[in-house]
Design a binder for this molecule. Structure first.
Ligand SMILES: NC(=O)c1ccc[n+]([C@@H]2O[C@H](COP(=O)([O-])OP(=O)(O)OC[C@H]3O[C@@H](n4cnc5c(N)ncnc54)[C@H](OP(=O)(O)O)[C@@H]3O)[C@@H](O)[C@H]2O)c1
Length: 300
């Protein structure tokens, strides 16, 4: 299956690329820089030309502007990267019959604390990131062959600015002072498990909207404490804080109910301890060479 992967250099894109290669898919990897195909998906002429030139069987969209503050300060850019390209990808899918896998977000829920939210739960769009991601879902779902996955992910990326997991490992290893949010819930899934399950759903022929996340809802504080526990480290300098301290408004009750995906997959998605074990495994496996290579590429 010829697969065009948009956002291949990012946190999730790297993991999806690994899983696609492991399965023997014919992979075309794309990002604005550092990938074999360089494309800006905000440029619809370039995006459509790429689809025409590559003629993929499957397009996986892991490209996005995920910085919530940047989306807030530049809503036009957020719209052009997160939402508008999905109209063209859906049009491509409708007209060619090609499969489209679009990665969405869990950033839609402000009520419910630690309760998991089903695909049908009412949503609340509190910032531009959420608004543009929700518009993207609507565009994508105009294509009958589209699979849209709501998720939250954790993992190792190797860029200069750390992911949540990279930051948490640093805090635990150095026993650094840090504020841990006890009122921000999610069911973040490690990117390795996400990539495997997402491609299993594609193979199973799933389409429409699915939650794909861990099977357990937990706080950011619990995540960092579990990282420290599995590393055998004590956290003596951390304090507890609130997600509402951040400048851009945040949805914070982000747990996802994954029963629908598990029914198709035929297996259970990981719980917190397994998610953290996988993240730490990725951290060990990722050689410092690879981390340096990607970081220098990003900084070029
Ligand atoms: N990280 C999270 O906690 C989280 C949580 C829930 C959902 N998600 C969703 O998961 C997906 C992947 O997120 P991620 O964390 O892997 O993001 P990431 O690490 O920031 O990676 C984003 C990728 O998109 C590419 N990209 C950005 N703008 C682009 C553009 N205009 N044209 C082409 N490529 C572009 C980036 O490469 P270049 O910058 O070089 O182009 C990079 O490859 C997104 O849909 C996101 O909304 C993420």
């Amino acid at each position: 299956m010829k697969t065009l992967l948009l956002g291949s250099t990012g946190l999730l894109g790297q993991a999806v690329a690994r899983e696609a290669r492991r399965r023997g898919l014919e992979l075309r990897d794309a990002a604005r820089r550092g990938a074999r195909i360089e494309v800006d998906i905000a440029d619809d002429t370039a995006l459509r030309a790429l689809l025409d030139a590559e003629e993929p069987d499957l397009v996986i969209n892991c490209a996005a502007l995920v910085n919530v503050e940047l989306c807030e300060s530049d809503p036009t850019l957020a719209w052009h990267v997160n939402a508008r390209p999905l109209a063209f990808l859906a049009e491509w899918s409708r007209t060619t019959g090609g499969r489209l896998l679009h990665v969405s977000t869990d950033h839609y829920f402000t009520e419910g604390g630690a309760a998991p939210h089903a695909e049908t739960a009412p949503i609340s769009l509190v910032n531009e990131y959420a608004r543009t991601k929700f518009a993207a879902e609507a565009f994508a779902l105009t294509a009958p062959n589209a699979l849209v996955l709501r998720t939250s992910i954790v993992g190792i990326r190797g860029w200069e600015n750390p992911t949540l997991a990279e930051w948490a490992i640093g805090v635990a290893e150095n026993d650094s002072p840090a504020t841990l949010f006890s009122d921000a819930w999610s069911s973040s899934l490690d990117v390795t498990a996400f990539a495997r399950a997402a491609l299993d759903l594609v193979e199973a022929g799933a389409s429409g909207l699915y939650n794909l996340a861990a099977r357990e809802v937990y706080t950011k504080e619990q995540f960092v404490r579990e990282i420290a526990r599995q590393l055998g480290q004590n956290l003596t300098a951390t304090t507890i804080g609130s997600v509402h301290q951040l400048s851009a408004p945040r949805a914070h009750c982000l747990g996802l109910d994954v029963h629908r995906a598990e029914a198709v997959l035929g297996y259970k998605l990981p719980a917190l301890t397994e998610v953290v074990a996988s993240v730490l495994q990725q951290y060990k496996e990722k050689s410092s060479h690879e981390v340096r290579h990607i970081a220098s590429h990003r900084n070029a």
